[in-house]
Design a protein around this ligand. Structure first.
Ligand code: UDP
Length: 246
């Protein structure tokens, strides 16, 4: 992989990627799903799709509901987590609509059956969609409480043979402490899974990191709000923080 520069005619660094979008990336000032923001994200996805890259997406639900927060306020954790998974379905449909608007053909596959709304998750069918040039949006996380959509991303990436997880956030990589609270926080260019686990870096939960480590799926954490970033990442430019075994 070329991690320095790319000429206008260079080939993308990946053939199949899994893009992890947290629910927060869809949110605006007022709305849980801001249409303008969703369209802007859709355009960035369309740009990399047009390079011939197969794009699968796992979408989170944190802009609408987080199970852990609600269980800490006294709600039954399992119920709260199912509500969180349903929230991801809402986001998935919002993203599907935005992608359709910019001319991208999509399929939504859900880990919790909801027949009138989305296909069930079927691995072989998901791969077929990707091969046919459709963007596949995986929703409802893993379908199990006590997990996160980051873990769903690690799981689906392993299942479909994605070469990398691109974790889009509002921060430009992984820091050794919270850059909003500590002005001296240091950003890592790269870090190993073990270091990420040992330092309990909050960017992903330990289940997600471990699954990526066991299945050798690299993760790139980057800022999706710098418009050129997604394109630069898939072209192999060094953007954000790379988490891998080296
Ligand atoms: N969730 C779950 N199992 C999963 C994935 C998600 O129970 O496999 C629930 C959990 O309550 C979580 C919520 O769905 O808080 C929303 O997902 P997440 O917090 O991962 O979304 P993100 O932070 O990416 O927006």
């Amino acid at each position: 992989m070329d991690t320095t520069t790319s000429s206008p005619h260079a080939a993308p660094a990946y053939k199949r990627i899994l893009l992890k979008l947290s629910g927060e990336v869809l949110a605006g000032e007022k709305d849980v799903i801001d249409r303008a923001v969703a369209l802007q994200i859709a355009r960035q996805i369309a740009a990399i799709h047009n390079l011939g890259i197969e794009v699968a997406i796992v979408i989170g639900g944190g802009n609408i509901w987080r199970g852990l927060t609600s269980s800490q306020a006294g709600m039954d954790r399992t119920t709260a987590d199912y509500m969180g998974m349903l929230a991801t379905i809402i986001n998935g449909l919002g993203l599907q609509d935005a992608l359709g608007h910019v001319g991208i053909s999509t399929r939504v596959q859900t880990a919790i059956e909801i027949k009138n709304v989305a296909e069930p998750f079927i691995r072989g069918r998901a791969i077929r969609h990707l091969e046919k040039g459709r963007v596949v949006i995986f929703v409802a996380g893993t379908g199990n409480p006590f997990f996160s959509t980051d873990t769903a991303a690690a799981l689906r990436a392993s299942e479909i043979g994605a070469e990398v997880i691109l974790k889009a956030t509002k921060v430009d990589g992984i820091y050794d402490s919270d850059p909003k609270k500590n002005p001296d926080a240091k950003r890592y260019d790269k870090i190993t899974y073990i270091e990420a686990l040992r330092n309990r870096l909050a960017v992903m939960d330990s289940t997600a990191f471990s699954l990526c480590m066991d299945n050798k799926v690299p993760i790139i954490v980057f800022d999706m709000f710098r418009e050129e970033n997604l394109h630069d990442v898939v072209m192999g430019k060094r953007v954000g923080t790379l988490v891998s075994d080296k």
